[in-house]
Ligand binder design. Structure first.
Ligand code: 6PG
Length: 469
């Protein structure tokens, strides 16, 4: 075993950690791996083949393999496991070493860890990694945040391992502190929104128009050829043709309709609320996962709470066109909400996030990669301070042109009694954002009436209170 030869080490050799390590080794980097579970270390060693990969059985052996100043990446579940790994590593690390947490940690934990480790001279990076197992192995999108000068040390290996789009790696420095984990959190919030919107379109087509799984697969495949081109539509089309190995029936119909979640979508909504940034499509997506989880309660309620008979009013071909366009605008609106949240967070937390760079590194490797991101990148490259994507000339034109279709779809969904909160919330966000005057004057008057909370006037400066009753 050669000491101090390895350029980067990975703690956590689950499928994500192992695949990312193999990916880096494929690009000529000498890498070391460690896991508490000795079987996983052995698995890595077997898979390594002729690549320059060394597994270690103890933390001491693992750290001894790494070249100084050391770079240790970890891919372990968010929460206590991250602190446990840091605790185990610390006795063997020296000032100047770098730890990278590549899991989905909450950004506030990352801030705290960064500060605590800085006292011991250890650099700490929070880095979002998106793309699942396949992405980790063949090119993920990565969102690192921490000290910029330290980033330069890992830039070459990250750029080599990342997905590439038009010669650009899907990795870039996101900003100081927890910027990397924050950007990944919002990525996941958008992911929740897009998944919810696609699920609503499925419900409308399946329950509303009786499309079979094979027809659904065809529709999504066709949509994936055009403006809606995206990884999520691609896998959706594939999912509908997958057969159950046991029954040979479409597997999708055997899957329980209760969505799970690990929390990143909820965190996105929670922090959007803290920042006062409206993200209603993301919020609706989180709420609908929660509603879906109430399977037993819903099943009981379905016996009592009746709704309209599902009777499509529009011909199928026309409905399909409207739904395509509705999905297009609501996807734009989902990205608009996520980007607006990043902008607010950037100002509030001092991240200095460049939204055009975020759009650039989301074009490949990650779960929300989509053709749309090229246009989003263009919008923020030409107008870095754009307050909202919907104000970009090209996006505003598309959205205005297609809004009538979203209105028709939302109306049809309401008539049929099919829940489409993602589509509805997106429409309301659009109508709210384009309203110079909202009924919030009444809310202010009510607050002042019952609690003397005061209000401002449109015709005079200052704050006012009135005895309303
Ligand atoms: C990614 C994904 C990933 C996430 C899963 C599941 O970018 O690769 O976002 O990070 O953990 O998609 O998330 P939920 O369990 O919350 O759906």
């Amino acid at each position: 075993m050669n000491s101090q030869q390895y350029e980067i080490g990975m703690v956590g050799l689950g499928v994500m950690g192992r695949n990312l390590l193999l990916n880096m080794a494929d690009h000529g980097y000498a890498v070391a791996g460690y896991d508490l579970d000795g079987d996983k270390v052995a698995e890595l060693q077997t898979e390594a083949g002729t690549r320059d990969i060394q597994g270690a059985k103890t933390v001491a052996d693992f750290v001894a393999l790494l070249r100084s100043p050391r770079v240790v990446m970890m891919l372990v579940p968010a929460g206590n496991a991250v602190d446990a790994v840091i605790h185990d590593l610390l006795p063997y690390l020296a000032a100047g070493d770098l730890i990278i947490d590549a899991g989905n940690s909450h950004f506030s934990d990352t801030d705290l860890r960064q500060k605590t480790l800085a006292n011991q001279g250890i650099h700490f990076f929070g880095m979002g990694v998106s793309g699942g197992e396949d992405g980790a192995r063949h090119g993920p999108s990565m969102m690192p945040g921490g000290a910029q000068d330290v980033y330069e040390r890992v830039r070459p290996v990250l750029e080599a391992a990342a997905a590439q789009v038009d010669g650009d790696p899907c990795v870039a420095y996101m900003g100081p502190g927890s910027a990397g984990h924050y950007v990944k959190m919002v990525h996941n919030g958008i992911e929740y929104a897009l998944m919810q919107l696609i699920a609503e379109s499925y419900d409308l087509l399946h329950r509303g128009y009786g499309l079979t799984d094979a027809e659904l697969s065809y529709v999504y495949a066709e949509w994936n050829q055009g403006e809606l081109n995206s990884f999520l539509l691609e896998i959706t089309s594939d999912i509908f043709i997958k057969r159950d190995a046991q029954t040979n029936q479409p597997l999708i119909d055997e899957v329980l309709d209760a969505a799970k979640q690990k929390g990143t979508g909820k965190w996105t909504s929670q922090d959007a609320m803290n920042l006062g940034t409206p993200t209603p499509t993301i919020d609706a997506a989180v709420a609908m996962r929660n509603l879906s989880a109430l399977k037993e309660e819903r099943t009981a309620a379905s016996q009592l709470l009746t709704g309209p008979e599902i009777k499509p009013a529009v011909a199928r071909a026309e409905f399909l066109t409207q739904l395509h366009n509705a999905l297009h605008v609501t996807m734009i609106i989902s990205y608009a909400q996520g980007m607006a949240q990043l902008q607010s967070a950037s100002a509030a937390y001092g991240y200095h996030i460049d939204l055009s760079v975020v759009a650039r590194i989301w074009r490949g490797g990650c779960i929300i990669r989509a053709a749309l991101l090229e246009d989003i990148r263009r919008a923020y490259t030409t107008q870095p301070d754009l307050p909202n994507l919907l104000l970009d000339e090209k996006f505003s034109q598309v959205v205005i042109e297609r809004m009538a279709d979203l209105r028709s779809i939302v109306g049809a969904a309401a008539q049929m009694g099919i829940p489409t909160p993602g589509l509805m919330a997106s429409l309301a966000y659009f109508d709210g954002y384009r309203s110079a005057r909202l009924p919030a004057n009444l809310i202010q008057a009510q607050r002042d009436d019952f609690g003397a909370h005061t209000y401002e006037r449109i015709d005079q400066q200052g704050v006012f209170h009135t005895e309303w009753s």
